[in-house]
Design a protein around this ligand. Structure first.
Ligand code: PGA
Length: 241
């Protein structure tokens, strides 16, 4: 794991965007694995800025999002489809056919999950996977006690995740308790991984992920086994290392 620590969220966002932009520059038809949540918002904003300055082109870029809430329609303001459109896709020249996000309303979930894995394979695999991390150590929606061999599947969200994500909903009861998520195996097959963490509330989890034992109880700890991971932290997230 390569650990890079920067001063604050602004710097973290700029550096993350630069890494993503370099990937697109080096391979214009990159397959990017993308994440939602608060952490990557600044990186997407910076990436849009780099795009508007004319320095990168999304026309051949292919994307696969990590996850989507089960039962939420694309048009729902809390869906990750909506989040991605609102934070990045509507601002750049990405081909809509190259955007992939699990369909939270699929009639046949098993088929949806198998189909998602097939599409990743057909695209040639993920070149660079962007990740956030939950306070409970989840990556994607792979919650503690995850099966490391799982591919894209329907998951039940942890109480801690529901509570953490309730800030985006009117009440905790409105947070879906299931989601479709890439599995740990899917994530581990990415050629490169860039994990972002900001703030003190992630510090202990980050320390356990990097220095603790590899355990399904802390899903992100499996990244110790991946050959090419950048962990990009601000000072607060790195404060317990
Ligand atoms: P956050 O979520 O970026 O909103 O903290 C990260 C995650 O749950 O993966």
């Amino acid at each position: 794991m390569r650990i890079i620590t920067v001063k604050d969220y602004e710097e973290l966002s700029k550096k993350a965007a630069n890494i993503l932009a370099s990937q697109i520059t080096l391979k214009p038809n990159s397959v990017l694995g993308l994440a939602t949540g608060s952490t990557p918002v600044g990186a997407y904003r910076e990436l849009v800025r780099i795009y508007k300055e004319g320095d990168i082109n999304f026309s051949e870029v292919v994307t696969f999002n990590l996850d989507e809430y089960y039962g939420l329609d694309k048009e729902n303001l809390q869906s990750y489809y909506y989040f991605m459109r609102d934070n990045i896709f509507k601002f750049v020249n990405i081909n809509i056919n190259n955007i992939h996000i699990p369909d939270g309303r699929a009639k046949n979930i098993e088929q949806e999950c198998i189909g998602y894995e097939d599409k990743i394979k057909q695209a040639g695999g993920i070149d660079l996977q962007l990740l956030g991390i939950g306070r409970n150590g989840h990556i994607g929606f792979n919650e503690p006690d995850v099966k490391f061999e799982a591919q894209t599947h329907l998951v039940t969200l942890d109480e801690d995740t529901i509570e953490a994500n309730s800030r985006f909903f009117a009440s905790m009861e409105e947070v879906p308790d299931q989601a479709i998520s890439m599995g740990i195996k899917t994530i581990m097959h990415s050629r490169k991984i860039l994990l972002l963490a900001s703030g003190e509330e992630k510090a202990e989890t980050i320390n356990n992920m990097i220095n603790g034992k590899i355990t399904p109880e802390l899903p992100a700890s499996v990244l110790q086994l991946h050959p090419d991971v950048i962990v990009l932290l601000d000072e607060k997230a790195a404060s317990k290392l």
